[in-house]
Design a binder for this molecule. Structure first.
Ligand SMILES: [Zn+2]
Length: 280
C-alpha cells in the first residue's frame, strides 16, 4: 500500500523519539539495481558511506517525505511513495531477511528500509537534498492539508477555483492543491464529502467545497490519531488501527449509509471505489 501523509507523520514522530542522537556505525545496501536505475537510490553505493560516523540531529517530514537530518551536513531522505517497510530494531534479533538499506548505530540498534513499491531511499548532503525531486515536490509552497494554521477553507477554495480540474487531480499528484495524498485518502475523502470521483471542481458549490475540506481534515486527523492504516506497520512493526470508510476493503460490499452496492471505476491511474447513490 502507499504511504501517505498520516503514516509519514507517524514515522517522523516515532523516529524523533527513537533515533535522535544515534550515530551511524555502518550501512548495508541490497537489491538496489532497480531503484538505482530510476534514481530512487544513490547510483554510487559509496554515497551511503558518507552517513557513517554521522549523528541524527533532527527528523522532519512534509507531505509523505521524511528527512532524517544528520550532522556533517548529511541527510537520509525517505519517500515511501508506493509502500515501504521502515523498521527500527533494538537488536540484530529482529532484522528482516530483506532490506534496501540497513543502518547500524553504534549502540547496537538498527534502522532498515525495504521499499515494497517504488519510492526513494537517498543519502544526500544538505545541498544535494535541496535538489531532490521529492524535496522540491513536498517541501514546497503547496499547502499541507493538516498541521498548518494557514491552510484555511478560504485558501483551499481559492486553490480549487484557480485550477478547475477533476477532483482527483486536485487532491492527488502533480497538479494537487495539497501535498502528501494518494488514491487511498482520495477515496475516503470524497466518499465522506458525498462527491462523485469524476466531478470537476469548477462545478462545486461553496457547500461542496466545504464538505471536501472538512472531510480531508477529518479523514487525515483520524488516521493520524489511530496510528495509521490497518494494513500498514509503523516504525516498531505495529499495525495501524484505521480502517478506511471507502477503498478496496469495500469491494463487493454495500454502502453503510444507504445500502447501495459499492462500485469501482478505473480513474486517474488507479481503481476508485465509491457509492453511486451517496456520491454525486
Ligand atoms: Zn451510499
Amino acid at each position: 500500500m502507499s504511504v501517505e501523509l498520516p503514516e509519514a507523520q507517524i514515522l517522523a514522530e516515532q523516529m524523533t523519539n527513537t533515533l535522535l542522537d544515534k550515530k551511524v556505525k555502518s550501512y548495508d545496501v541490497k537489491d538496489s539495481a532497480k531503484l538505482q536505475k530510476i534514481g530512487f537510490m544513490n547510483k554510487k553505493l559509496k554515497d551511503y558511506e558518507r552517513l557513517v560516523g554521522c549523528k541524527v540531529i533532527s527528523i522532519t517530514h512534509r507531505g509523505n517525505v521524511i528527512r532524517i537530518q544528520m550532522n556533517k551536513k548529511m541527510n537520509l531522505v525517505l519517500c515511501p511513495d508506493y509502500g515501504a517497510k521502515i523498521l527500527f530494531h533494538k537488536s540484530a534479533d529482529t532484522l528482516p531477511k530483506k532490506h534496501h538499506l540497513k543502518l547500524e548505530f553504534t549502540d547496537g540498534t538498527f534502522l532498515t528500509i525495504r521499499q515494497t513499491g517504488m519510492g526513494l531511499v537517498y543519502s544526500a548532503t544538505d545541498q544535494e537534498a535541496k535538489d531532490l525531486y521529492v524535496i522540491k515536490r513536498d517541501f514546497s509552497d503547496v499547502p499541507s492539508p493538516v498541521g498548518e494554521y494557514d491552510f484555511t477553507f478560504e485558501r483551499f477554495s481559492e486553490l480549487l477555483d484557480a485550477k478547475g480540474q477533476n477532483i482527483k487531480a486536485a487532491i492527488v499528484g502533480k497538479t494537487a492543491v495539497v501535498v502528501g495524498l494518494s488514491n487511498a485518502a482520495f477515496q475516503e475523502i470524497i466518499y465522506k464529502a458525498g462527491i462523485h470521483p469524476k466531478r470537476n471542481t469548477s462545478t462545486f458549490t461553496d457547500d461542496e467545497k466545504h464538505e471536501v475540506y472538512d472531510a480531508m481534515k477529518q479523514v487525515l486527523n483520524a488516521r493520524i490519531c489511530s496510528g495509521g492504516k490497518d494494513n500498514w506497520l509503523n516504525l516498531h512493526g505495529e499495525p495501524g488501527r484505521h480502517t478506511p470508510v471507502m477503498g478496496p476493503n469495500m469491494k463487493d460490499k454495500n454502502c453503510p449509509a444507504c445500502g447501495a452496492e459499492i462500485e469501482k471505476i478505473a480513474h486517474g491511474g488507479g481503481q476508485v471505489y465509491f457509492c453511486p447513490r451517496c456520491q454525486r
